[in-house]
Design a protein around this ligand. Sequence first.
Ligand code: BMA
Length: 397
Amino acid sequence: MQAEKQQKQNLKKGHMKNFIIVLSIGILAMACGDNKSKTNVENLTIDEQATQETKVLYYNLKKLAKTKILYGHQDDLAYGYSWWAEPGRSDVKESTGSYPAVYGWEIGDLRQDVEVTLDSVNFESIKDWIKEAYERGGINTISWHMNHPVTDGDSWDTTPGVSAILPGGAEHEKFNTWLDKFAAYVKDMKGENGELIPIIFRPYHENTGSWFWWGDEQTSVDDYVALWRYTVEYLRDKRNVHNLLYAYSPNGGRLFEKYMEKYPGDDYVDILALDDYGSFMNQQNNTEQLSNDLAQIVEWAEEKNKIAAFAETGLEALTNPNWFTESLYPALTINPKAKGIAYVLTWRNANFEKEQRDHFYAAHPDHESASDMKIFRDKELIVFEDEMPNLYTKNSN
Ligand code: BMA
C-alpha cells in the first residue's frame, strides 16, 4: 500500500516536472520569438528611439520592397491640374481609380512666418492631408527646398551657404530656429489615437547637382556630411523628433557616379534614394542606364540592410502619353534588380490656372496619358493605395 502510494506520488511528481519543463520551454520559446521579432523591427532605423509606428513602417516597407513597388505622387491631395484644395480630389485617383500609395509634400518657405509654402500650399492643410493619407494606410514623405540661409533667397540661389550654418558659422543660430520650426511641425502630425505619424524626410536632395545652395560645386564633402549629420542629431537628439526616416537622395543620370561621394554614413541614413528626370528626356532617353542605377542603389541598400527608393522622377507634361508603360515601367524592370526599390514618386501636377504652365507629372483625367497610367497601375509589381497592405502594424504582409 505504502509502496503503491509512493509510486503514485512519484508519478504525480514526474508529471508535474514534465509539465514544468514543457511550460518553461513554451515560455522561453515565446520570449525568444518575441525578442526575435522585436530585434527585427527595432534595430533597423538610425533612430533607436523612433516611434513604434515608424519602426514598423520601416520594417514592413523593407519587406514589401522585395516583391512590390509602391507608386507615389507629389502634392496629390493639395491640388491638381485643374483644381485647388478640393476635399477628396486627386488627379491620380481620377485618372486611375485609386489614390497613390505614397504622398510627397514640400515645405519650402517654412522658415518664414507665412502660412503657405513656396508652391502656395497651406502649411496647416498639409498636416490634415498627411493625416488623411496616413489614416488610409498611405506613406508620407517631405522634401524641403530650404531658403538660402545667408542671402534669404530661395534654394536655387547658388551662393555657397552650408559653411555659414554649421556650428561656428554666422547663420548657425538662425538655422537652428528653422530646424526648431520643422521639429514642431512634424511633431504635430498625429493619427486618430494621438500617435505620431511616420514621415520619410528627404532634405538637401539632388546634392550631386549644382543648382541648390547645398549643391556639389557649392559644398565640400566635409561640409555636406557635417550638415546632414548635424541635422539628424539636432532633430533626433536635441529636439526629440522620433517619427522620421531619413532619405538621402542625390541626382542620377550623368551625376550618378558621384552618388557615394557625400554619403552621410550608415548611421545617418535610412533610405538610399535617387532623383532622376534627365534620363527620360528625349535626347538622352537612358532608360537602361537608369535601370542599372536603380539596381545599384538596391544593391547598396541590401549591403547596408536599408531601403532603396526612386524618390523623384517624371516627364514634364507627359509629352509621351505612354511614358508610364514605355519609359517608367522599363526603368523599373529592365534590370531585374531595380525592382527592389520600395517606391517611385512622380512630381507634382502644377495647377494650370495658377502657374500658367504645363508642369504636371502624373496623368489628369482629361489628358491622353490617363489610360496608360491606368495600365501601369494594373501591373502586378505596382501598388497604389487600393492594394496597399497595412504597413503600420507588425506581421501584416
Ligand atoms: C520644382 C518645381 C518648382 C517647385 C519645387 C518645389 O521641381 O516643381 O515649381 O517650386 O519643385 O516643389
